[in-house]
Design a protein around this ligand. Structure first.
Ligand code: DAH
Length: 369
Protein backbone atom coordinates (compact mmCIF):
# COMPACT_ATOMS: atom_id res chain seq x y z
CA UNK A 1 0.00 0.00 0.00
CA UNK A 2 1.24 3.47 -0.77
CA UNK A 3 1.92 5.85 2.13
CA UNK A 4 -0.28 8.92 3.03
CA UNK A 5 -0.21 11.42 0.30
CA UNK A 6 -1.80 14.79 0.09
CA UNK A 7 -0.91 15.92 -3.41
CA UNK A 8 -1.05 13.24 -6.06
CA UNK A 9 -3.89 12.65 -8.46
CA UNK A 10 -5.74 9.30 -8.07
CA UNK A 11 -5.74 8.94 -11.82
CA UNK A 12 -2.05 8.41 -11.52
CA UNK A 13 -2.43 5.59 -8.99
CA UNK A 14 -2.81 2.81 -11.52
CA UNK A 15 -5.27 0.55 -9.66
CA UNK A 16 -7.63 3.48 -9.16
CA UNK A 17 -7.52 4.61 -12.72
CA UNK A 18 -11.03 4.56 -14.21
CA UNK A 19 -10.02 2.46 -17.18
CA UNK A 20 -8.27 0.01 -14.93
CA UNK A 21 -11.33 -0.30 -12.72
CA UNK A 22 -13.55 -0.84 -15.77
CA UNK A 23 -11.19 -3.60 -16.81
CA UNK A 24 -11.50 -5.24 -13.36
CA UNK A 25 -15.25 -5.08 -13.69
CA UNK A 26 -15.23 -6.50 -17.22
CA UNK A 27 -12.90 -9.30 -16.17
CA UNK A 28 -15.04 -10.12 -13.14
CA UNK A 29 -18.23 -10.23 -15.23
CA UNK A 30 -16.48 -12.41 -17.84
CA UNK A 31 -15.24 -14.80 -15.12
CA UNK A 32 -18.76 -15.09 -13.64
CA UNK A 33 -20.18 -15.76 -17.09
CA UNK A 34 -17.57 -18.45 -17.69
CA UNK A 35 -18.45 -20.26 -14.44
CA UNK A 36 -20.96 -23.04 -15.01
CA UNK A 37 -21.28 -24.57 -11.56
CA UNK A 38 -21.85 -23.19 -8.08
CA UNK A 39 -18.29 -24.28 -7.19
CA UNK A 40 -16.72 -22.46 -10.17
CA UNK A 41 -18.74 -19.35 -9.38
CA UNK A 42 -17.46 -19.44 -5.82
CA UNK A 43 -13.88 -19.47 -7.11
CA UNK A 44 -14.62 -16.58 -9.45
CA UNK A 45 -16.27 -14.66 -6.61
CA UNK A 46 -13.23 -15.03 -4.35
CA UNK A 47 -10.88 -14.08 -7.21
CA UNK A 48 -12.85 -10.96 -8.22
CA UNK A 49 -14.54 -9.63 -5.11
CA UNK A 50 -12.33 -10.88 -2.24
CA UNK A 51 -9.79 -8.80 -0.27
CA UNK A 52 -7.01 -9.88 -2.58
CA UNK A 53 -8.95 -9.31 -5.81
CA UNK A 54 -7.90 -6.35 -8.06
CA UNK A 55 -10.89 -4.36 -6.82
CA UNK A 56 -10.16 -5.30 -3.20
CA UNK A 57 -6.55 -4.20 -3.59
CA UNK A 58 -7.59 -0.97 -5.34
CA UNK A 59 -9.92 -0.25 -2.45
CA UNK A 60 -7.01 -0.36 -0.06
CA UNK A 61 -5.27 2.35 -2.05
CA UNK A 62 -8.07 4.79 -1.36
CA UNK A 63 -6.88 5.53 2.16
CA UNK A 64 -3.66 6.98 0.80
CA UNK A 65 -5.40 9.62 -1.30
CA UNK A 66 -6.08 13.28 -0.48
CA UNK A 67 -9.69 13.87 0.67
CA UNK A 68 -11.26 14.96 -2.65
CA UNK A 69 -9.49 12.29 -4.66
CA UNK A 70 -10.46 9.73 -1.97
CA UNK A 71 -14.09 10.64 -2.42
CA UNK A 72 -13.94 10.26 -6.25
CA UNK A 73 -12.02 7.04 -6.08
CA UNK A 74 -14.34 5.68 -3.36
CA UNK A 75 -17.35 6.46 -5.53
CA UNK A 76 -15.75 4.82 -8.56
CA UNK A 77 -14.80 1.69 -6.64
CA UNK A 78 -18.20 1.58 -4.93
CA UNK A 79 -19.99 1.72 -8.31
CA UNK A 80 -17.62 -0.86 -9.75
CA UNK A 81 -18.27 -3.19 -6.81
CA UNK A 82 -22.02 -2.63 -7.23
CA UNK A 83 -21.86 -3.71 -10.87
CA UNK A 84 -19.71 -6.72 -10.02
CA UNK A 85 -22.01 -7.83 -7.19
CA UNK A 86 -25.04 -7.40 -9.38
CA UNK A 87 -23.49 -9.56 -12.10
CA UNK A 88 -22.47 -12.09 -9.47
CA UNK A 89 -25.99 -12.28 -8.02
CA UNK A 90 -27.52 -12.63 -11.49
CA UNK A 91 -25.11 -15.39 -12.48
CA UNK A 92 -25.60 -17.12 -9.13
CA UNK A 93 -29.36 -17.17 -9.69
CA UNK A 94 -28.90 -18.61 -13.18
CA UNK A 95 -26.49 -21.34 -12.11
CA UNK A 96 -28.51 -22.33 -9.04
CA UNK A 97 -31.67 -22.56 -11.12
CA UNK A 98 -29.87 -24.67 -13.75
CA UNK A 99 -28.41 -26.98 -11.13
CA UNK A 100 -31.77 -27.40 -9.41
CA UNK A 101 -33.38 -28.11 -12.77
CA UNK A 102 -30.70 -30.74 -13.57
CA UNK A 103 -31.14 -32.41 -10.17
CA UNK A 104 -34.90 -32.52 -10.53
CA UNK A 105 -34.54 -33.97 -14.02
CA UNK A 106 -32.05 -36.62 -12.87
CA UNK A 107 -34.13 -37.62 -9.88
CA UNK A 108 -37.43 -37.54 -11.68
CA UNK A 109 -39.78 -40.36 -10.71
CA UNK A 110 -42.40 -41.44 -13.21
CA UNK A 111 -45.28 -42.36 -10.98
CA UNK A 112 -47.23 -43.63 -13.97
CA UNK A 113 -44.73 -46.47 -14.68
CA UNK A 114 -46.11 -49.94 -13.90
CA UNK A 115 -44.71 -51.33 -10.65
CA UNK A 116 -42.29 -54.22 -11.03
CA UNK A 117 -44.31 -57.13 -9.73
CA UNK A 118 -42.26 -60.13 -8.68
CA UNK A 119 -43.98 -63.14 -10.23
CA UNK A 120 -45.38 -65.27 -7.47
CA UNK A 121 -45.66 -68.99 -7.92
CA UNK A 122 -48.97 -70.75 -8.19
CA UNK A 123 -50.25 -74.16 -7.24
CA UNK A 124 -50.51 -76.59 -10.09
CA UNK A 125 -54.14 -77.10 -11.17
CA UNK A 126 -53.81 -80.82 -10.35
CA UNK A 127 -52.87 -80.01 -6.72
CA UNK A 128 -55.66 -77.43 -6.56
CA UNK A 129 -58.22 -79.95 -7.78
CA UNK A 130 -57.03 -82.64 -5.35
CA UNK A 131 -57.52 -80.15 -2.51
CA UNK A 132 -60.97 -79.29 -3.78
CA UNK A 133 -62.00 -82.95 -3.94
CA UNK A 134 -60.58 -83.51 -0.46
CA UNK A 135 -62.58 -80.53 0.85
CA UNK A 136 -65.84 -81.98 -0.52
CA UNK A 137 -65.29 -85.21 1.43
CA UNK A 138 -63.87 -83.64 4.58
CA UNK A 139 -67.04 -81.52 4.68
CA UNK A 140 -69.01 -84.80 4.86
CA UNK A 141 -66.91 -86.02 7.79
CA UNK A 142 -64.53 -88.19 5.78
CA UNK A 143 -60.78 -88.28 6.45
CA UNK A 144 -57.80 -88.06 4.10
CA UNK A 145 -55.47 -91.04 3.90
CA UNK A 146 -52.26 -91.23 1.89
CA UNK A 147 -50.16 -94.29 1.12
CA UNK A 148 -46.67 -94.80 -0.31
CA UNK A 149 -46.00 -94.60 -4.04
CA UNK A 150 -43.63 -97.58 -3.88
CA UNK A 151 -46.14 -100.21 -2.85
CA UNK A 152 -45.91 -103.91 -2.08
CA UNK A 153 -47.29 -106.24 -4.73
CA UNK A 154 -49.52 -107.75 -2.06
CA UNK A 155 -51.27 -104.44 -1.24
CA UNK A 156 -51.38 -103.24 -4.84
CA UNK A 157 -52.73 -106.54 -6.25
CA UNK A 158 -53.23 -109.63 -4.03
CA UNK A 159 -55.20 -108.06 -1.19
CA UNK A 160 -57.40 -106.40 -3.81
CA UNK A 161 -58.27 -109.78 -5.31
CA UNK A 162 -56.13 -109.27 -8.42
CA UNK A 163 -54.55 -112.69 -8.63
CA UNK A 164 -51.15 -113.52 -10.07
CA UNK A 165 -52.34 -114.10 -13.62
CA UNK A 166 -54.31 -110.84 -13.80
CA UNK A 167 -53.21 -108.95 -16.96
CA UNK A 168 -52.46 -105.77 -14.94
CA UNK A 169 -49.63 -107.66 -13.27
CA UNK A 170 -47.53 -107.92 -16.42
CA UNK A 171 -44.41 -105.83 -16.96
CA UNK A 172 -46.23 -104.21 -19.85
CA UNK A 173 -48.64 -102.39 -17.54
CA UNK A 174 -46.80 -102.19 -14.24
CA UNK A 175 -43.45 -100.65 -13.28
CA UNK A 176 -41.67 -103.11 -10.98
CA UNK A 177 -38.88 -101.96 -8.69
CA UNK A 178 -35.51 -103.68 -8.45
CA UNK A 179 -34.72 -106.13 -7.02
CA UNK A 180 -37.74 -108.24 -8.04
CA UNK A 181 -37.34 -110.30 -4.88
CA UNK A 182 -38.62 -107.26 -2.89
CA UNK A 183 -41.98 -107.52 -4.70
CA UNK A 184 -42.31 -103.74 -4.85
CA UNK A 185 -44.13 -101.86 -7.60
CA UNK A 186 -44.85 -98.23 -8.30
CA UNK A 187 -48.52 -98.31 -7.33
CA UNK A 188 -50.73 -98.62 -10.39
CA UNK A 189 -53.78 -97.16 -8.63
CA UNK A 190 -54.77 -95.62 -5.31
CA UNK A 191 -56.84 -98.71 -4.36
CA UNK A 192 -54.04 -100.20 -2.16
CA UNK A 193 -54.72 -97.31 0.24
CA UNK A 194 -58.08 -99.03 0.88
CA UNK A 195 -56.19 -101.99 2.38
CA UNK A 196 -53.84 -99.75 4.38
CA UNK A 197 -56.78 -97.75 5.79
CA UNK A 198 -58.61 -100.89 6.88
CA UNK A 199 -55.45 -102.32 8.46
CA UNK A 200 -54.48 -99.08 10.23
CA UNK A 201 -57.80 -97.61 11.32
CA UNK A 202 -60.66 -98.53 13.58
CA UNK A 203 -64.02 -99.17 11.95
CA UNK A 204 -66.07 -97.54 10.61
CA UNK A 205 -63.80 -96.12 7.91
CA UNK A 206 -64.62 -93.16 5.68
CA UNK A 207 -61.50 -92.14 3.78
CA UNK A 208 -60.55 -90.30 0.64
CA UNK A 209 -57.11 -91.12 -0.76
CA UNK A 210 -55.68 -88.72 -3.34
CA UNK A 211 -52.27 -89.40 -4.87
CA UNK A 212 -49.89 -90.21 -7.71
CA UNK A 213 -50.04 -93.47 -9.62
CA UNK A 214 -47.75 -95.00 -12.27
CA UNK A 215 -48.32 -97.12 -15.35
CA UNK A 216 -46.07 -98.20 -18.20
CA UNK A 217 -48.32 -96.20 -20.55
CA UNK A 218 -47.72 -94.26 -23.73
CA UNK A 219 -47.35 -90.49 -23.45
CA UNK A 220 -50.11 -88.96 -25.56
CA UNK A 221 -53.08 -86.60 -25.29
CA UNK A 222 -55.05 -88.98 -23.08
CA UNK A 223 -52.29 -91.01 -21.36
CA UNK A 224 -49.36 -90.04 -19.16
CA UNK A 225 -47.23 -92.60 -17.33
CA UNK A 226 -47.52 -90.72 -14.03
CA UNK A 227 -50.94 -89.42 -13.15
CA UNK A 228 -53.24 -88.88 -10.18
CA UNK A 229 -56.28 -90.60 -8.78
CA UNK A 230 -58.52 -90.28 -5.81
CA UNK A 231 -59.96 -93.28 -4.14
CA UNK A 232 -62.95 -93.27 -1.84
CA UNK A 233 -63.66 -95.99 0.70
CA UNK A 234 -66.49 -96.32 3.16
CA UNK A 235 -66.80 -99.42 5.37
CA UNK A 236 -69.53 -99.40 8.01
CA UNK A 237 -72.51 -101.45 9.13
CA UNK A 238 -75.43 -101.60 6.71
CA UNK A 239 -73.75 -99.87 3.73
CA UNK A 240 -75.49 -100.46 0.39
CA UNK A 241 -75.19 -99.51 -3.27
CA UNK A 242 -77.69 -96.73 -2.51
CA UNK A 243 -75.16 -94.99 -0.27
CA UNK A 244 -72.62 -95.21 -3.08
CA UNK A 245 -75.01 -93.65 -5.59
CA UNK A 246 -75.97 -90.84 -3.19
CA UNK A 247 -72.33 -90.06 -2.39
CA UNK A 248 -71.35 -89.99 -6.07
CA UNK A 249 -74.29 -87.75 -6.97
CA UNK A 250 -73.29 -85.26 -4.29
CA UNK A 251 -69.65 -85.41 -5.37
CA UNK A 252 -70.51 -84.95 -9.06
CA UNK A 253 -72.65 -81.92 -8.29
CA UNK A 254 -69.85 -80.40 -6.19
CA UNK A 255 -67.48 -80.88 -9.15
CA UNK A 256 -69.60 -80.10 -12.18
CA UNK A 257 -72.76 -78.34 -11.04
CA UNK A 258 -76.18 -79.71 -11.82
CA UNK A 259 -75.33 -83.08 -13.46
CA UNK A 260 -76.72 -86.58 -13.09
CA UNK A 261 -74.63 -89.73 -12.63
CA UNK A 262 -75.29 -93.19 -13.99
CA UNK A 263 -73.90 -96.51 -12.78
CA UNK A 264 -73.15 -98.89 -15.67
CA UNK A 265 -72.42 -102.53 -14.80
CA UNK A 266 -68.75 -103.41 -15.09
CA UNK A 267 -66.09 -105.60 -13.52
CA UNK A 268 -63.36 -104.89 -10.98
CA UNK A 269 -61.85 -107.68 -8.88
CA UNK A 270 -62.08 -105.61 -5.68
CA UNK A 271 -65.79 -104.74 -5.90
CA UNK A 272 -68.88 -106.89 -6.35
CA UNK A 273 -71.08 -105.69 -7.89
CA UNK A 274 -68.94 -103.24 -9.86
CA UNK A 275 -69.89 -100.31 -12.05
CA UNK A 276 -68.51 -97.54 -14.18
CA UNK A 277 -69.66 -94.09 -13.04
CA UNK A 278 -70.85 -92.05 -16.00
CA UNK A 279 -71.59 -88.34 -15.91
CA UNK A 280 -74.42 -86.84 -17.86
CA UNK A 281 -72.73 -84.84 -20.61
CA UNK A 282 -72.40 -81.33 -19.23
CA UNK A 283 -72.14 -79.88 -22.74
CA UNK A 284 -75.22 -81.29 -24.51
CA UNK A 285 -77.09 -82.71 -21.47
CA UNK A 286 -78.05 -85.69 -23.63
CA UNK A 287 -79.63 -83.62 -26.38
CA UNK A 288 -77.19 -84.90 -29.00
CA UNK A 289 -78.38 -88.50 -28.60
CA UNK A 290 -80.09 -89.66 -31.84
CA UNK A 291 -79.99 -86.05 -33.01
CA UNK A 292 -77.74 -85.79 -36.10
CA UNK A 293 -78.47 -82.04 -36.27
CA UNK A 294 -76.79 -81.48 -32.90
CA UNK A 295 -73.70 -83.69 -32.66
CA UNK A 296 -71.64 -83.37 -29.46
CA UNK A 297 -67.86 -83.85 -29.52
CA UNK A 298 -67.54 -84.07 -25.74
CA UNK A 299 -69.63 -87.24 -25.34
CA UNK A 300 -69.51 -88.46 -28.98
CA UNK A 301 -73.27 -87.92 -28.98
CA UNK A 302 -73.77 -90.64 -26.38
CA UNK A 303 -75.09 -88.28 -23.71
CA UNK A 304 -72.81 -89.76 -21.01
CA UNK A 305 -69.09 -89.57 -20.22
CA UNK A 306 -67.16 -92.22 -18.31
CA UNK A 307 -65.70 -90.77 -15.11
CA UNK A 308 -64.36 -93.69 -13.03
CA UNK A 309 -64.99 -97.06 -11.42
CA UNK A 310 -66.90 -98.03 -8.28
CA UNK A 311 -68.76 -100.78 -6.54
CA UNK A 312 -69.60 -102.58 -3.31
CA UNK A 313 -66.38 -103.72 -1.61
CA UNK A 314 -65.75 -107.39 -2.41
CA UNK A 315 -65.98 -109.48 0.82
CA UNK A 316 -62.62 -111.02 -0.18
CA UNK A 317 -61.01 -107.57 0.17
CA UNK A 318 -62.58 -107.10 3.60
CA UNK A 319 -61.30 -110.52 4.70
CA UNK A 320 -57.76 -109.75 3.38
CA UNK A 321 -57.79 -106.61 5.52
CA UNK A 322 -59.13 -108.44 8.61
CA UNK A 323 -62.70 -107.07 8.47
CA UNK A 324 -65.67 -109.39 9.06
CA UNK A 325 -67.93 -109.17 5.95
CA UNK A 326 -70.83 -110.62 7.97
CA UNK A 327 -70.85 -107.46 10.12
CA UNK A 328 -69.48 -104.79 7.82
CA UNK A 329 -70.01 -103.82 4.22
CA UNK A 330 -68.77 -100.91 2.19
CA UNK A 331 -68.42 -99.13 -1.10
CA UNK A 332 -65.43 -97.82 -2.99
CA UNK A 333 -64.79 -95.64 -6.01
CA UNK A 334 -61.77 -94.42 -7.93
CA UNK A 335 -61.34 -91.64 -10.50
CA UNK A 336 -58.54 -89.92 -12.40
CA UNK A 337 -57.70 -86.36 -11.32
CA UNK A 338 -56.44 -85.43 -14.80
CA UNK A 339 -59.63 -86.72 -16.38
CA UNK A 340 -61.71 -84.75 -13.87
CA UNK A 341 -59.67 -81.63 -14.63
CA UNK A 342 -60.21 -82.18 -18.35
CA UNK A 343 -63.98 -82.26 -17.85
CA UNK A 344 -64.15 -79.50 -15.29
CA UNK A 345 -61.84 -77.02 -16.97
CA UNK A 346 -62.01 -78.05 -20.64
CA UNK A 347 -58.31 -78.98 -20.67
CA UNK A 348 -58.11 -81.07 -23.82
CA UNK A 349 -54.54 -82.40 -23.72
CA UNK A 350 -53.13 -84.26 -20.72
CA UNK A 351 -49.57 -83.45 -21.82
CA UNK A 352 -50.20 -79.78 -20.92
CA UNK A 353 -50.61 -80.89 -17.33
CA UNK A 354 -47.09 -82.28 -17.03
CA UNK A 355 -45.04 -80.10 -19.34
CA UNK A 356 -44.79 -77.28 -16.80
CA UNK A 357 -45.71 -74.40 -19.11
CA UNK A 358 -46.80 -71.64 -16.73
CA UNK A 359 -49.31 -70.36 -19.24
CA UNK A 360 -51.30 -73.54 -18.75
CA UNK A 361 -51.24 -73.34 -14.95
CA UNK A 362 -52.03 -69.63 -14.96
CA UNK A 363 -54.99 -70.12 -17.28
CA UNK A 364 -56.53 -72.54 -14.78
CA UNK A 365 -55.62 -70.74 -11.55
CA UNK A 366 -58.77 -69.90 -9.75
CA UNK A 367 -60.83 -72.19 -11.93
CA UNK A 368 -59.63 -75.31 -10.15
CA UNK A 369 -60.57 -73.80 -6.80
N1 DAH B 1 -58.50 -98.79 -9.23
C1 DAH B 1 -59.28 -98.65 -10.42
C2 DAH B 1 -58.39 -98.16 -11.56
O1 DAH B 1 -57.34 -97.72 -11.32
C3 DAH B 1 -60.39 -97.68 -10.21
C4 DAH B 1 -61.43 -98.18 -9.29
C5 DAH B 1 -62.48 -98.92 -9.77
C6 DAH B 1 -61.34 -97.94 -7.93
C7 DAH B 1 -63.46 -99.42 -8.93
C8 DAH B 1 -62.30 -98.42 -7.07
C9 DAH B 1 -63.36 -99.15 -7.59
O2 DAH B 1 -62.29 -98.19 -5.77
O3 DAH B 1 -64.32 -99.59 -6.75
O4 DAH B 1 -58.83 -98.22 -12.68
Amino acid sequence: MSGPNKSYDPVEVTPLNAEEIDRFVTEAIAAFAAATTVAELKEARIAHTGDRSPLGLANREIGALPPQARKDAGKRIGQARGRVNQALAARDAEISAAELEATLRAERVDVTLPVATAPVGARHPISGLMDLVSDVFVAMGWEIEEGPEAESEWTNFDALNLNVDHPARTMQDTLFLDPPSDHLVLRTHTSPVQIRSLLNRDLPVYVLCPGKVYRADEFDATHVPVFHQFEGLCVDKGITLGHLKGTLDHFARAMFGDVKTRLRPSYFPFTEPSAEVDLECFVCHGESVNNPDRPCRTCSSEGWIEWGGCGVVNPRVLIAAGVDPEVYSGFAFGMGVERTLMFRNSAADMRDMVEGDLRFSRSLIGQAR
